[in-house]
Write a protein that binds this ligand. Structure first.
Ligand SMILES: [Zn+2]
Length: 318
């Protein structure tokens, strides 16, 4: 299944919420998070334009990722009854020059030049990989088109020298691009078959393995421990008579530990141990943790000393 909110984003947020602001890596991780977030917003905004096109019976998949030979991810895949379209979404700002010889994009921002790979090379590679995947699962091929969509209104696309410019689009140009293809490709499969294929693809989605602490070389000991107060957000609440109590604003709560468990699941690739929970909930007793676990949306895995817990909201992905 494809998560509604990107797990990569959620993991970054969980990490930032517990990383001290003066940590040497904080700024870098924060910038990464912002970058992923704006990418996600760009992809989500595109849905509006996708759904404005008059098409037969289209199905849309956002963020589909497979691990097949090598891993590949498709920003948007449109599957209709007579054709398919793969879209690579870019959220770049500032003037971008498309160099037809180097197959690179050159962005000039505040006098500085930055180079990006040609998105059409990326999306064509995705198509080759998708083709192979469909073949191996005996799914019928349909004429498939690829394009890159620049969703940021402030991007100025310098395409004058670029021979494939008809496949470089702005979001506003997308509906008519789709309709043109749809007109030339009448239905070859039934709506129910198309639905079946979409379900198959969705079920084969694989989340990227992204252990966020390892990725940035952050240690568990670098993180802020404790249960934050749901009212004033300060660390940390005390456990008093089977409830959490905030020493700053006196807020009391019986379930303030639940978001902490979800964050620990994100930070540990969904492998929460009793010891880890003890450390982060600030409770010395394994028995207290056991009781909290029993009433939390967690599933026990492994046995005895190797026991750990998985959060049910993440079990489909991690
Ligand atoms: Zn408080």
């Amino acid at each position: 299944m494809i998560p509604i909110t990107s797990l990569k984003l959620l993991k970054h947020k969980a990490l930032l919420d517990r990383l001290p602001k003066d940590h040497p890596q904080y700024r870098y991780i924060y910038d990464k998070w912002r970058q992923f977030e704006s990418g996600q917003v760009g992809e989500a905004n595109l849905e509006y334009y996708l759904k404005r096109a008059y098409l037969d019976s289209p199905q849309f998949l956002n963020g589909l990722r497979f691990e097949h030979q090598s891993a590949f991810q498709i920003d948007w895949l449109l599957l209709d009854l007579g054709y398919r379209i793969i879209l690579e979404i870019k959220n770049y700002t500032a003037p971008i020059y498309f160099d037809p010889h180097s197959r690179q994009l050159i962005r000039t921002k505040a006098g500085e030049k930055e180079v990006f790979p040609d998105p059409l090379l990326q999306v064509d590679l995705q198509y080759a990989q998708l083709r192979r995947f469909l073949d191996e699962h005996n799914i019928e091929q349909l004429p498939t088109f690829t394009a890159a969509v620049f969703v940021n209104r402030n991007a100025i696309l310098e395409l004058q020298d670029y021979p494939n410019r008809h496949r470089i689009l702005t979001a506003q140009a997308l509906p008519s691009f789709l309709e043109k293809i749809a007109r030339k490709h009448p239905a070859k499969i039934s709506p129910s078959r198309n639905q079946e294929i979409v379900s198959f693809l969705r079920n084969h989605h694989q989340e990227a393995h992204f252990p966020v602490l390892d990725r940035y070389g952050i240690k568990w000991s670098d993180l802020i421990k404790g249960v934050p107060c749901p009212a004033c957000t300060r660390f940390a609440m005390n456990r008093i008579r089977q409830r959490w109590q905030c020493p700053f604003c006196n807020e009391r709560s019986s379930d303030a530990h639940l978001p902490v468990l979800f964050d620990l699941a994100l930070l540990s690739e969904n492998r929460i141990t009793n010891k880890l929970a003890r450390e982060f909930l600030g409770t010395a007793s394994p028995e207290v943790i056991k009781k909290l676990f029993q009433r939390a949306p967690l599933i026990r895995k492994g046995n005895n000393k190797g026991a750990y817990y998985k959060h049910v909201d993440l079990i489909k992905y991690l």
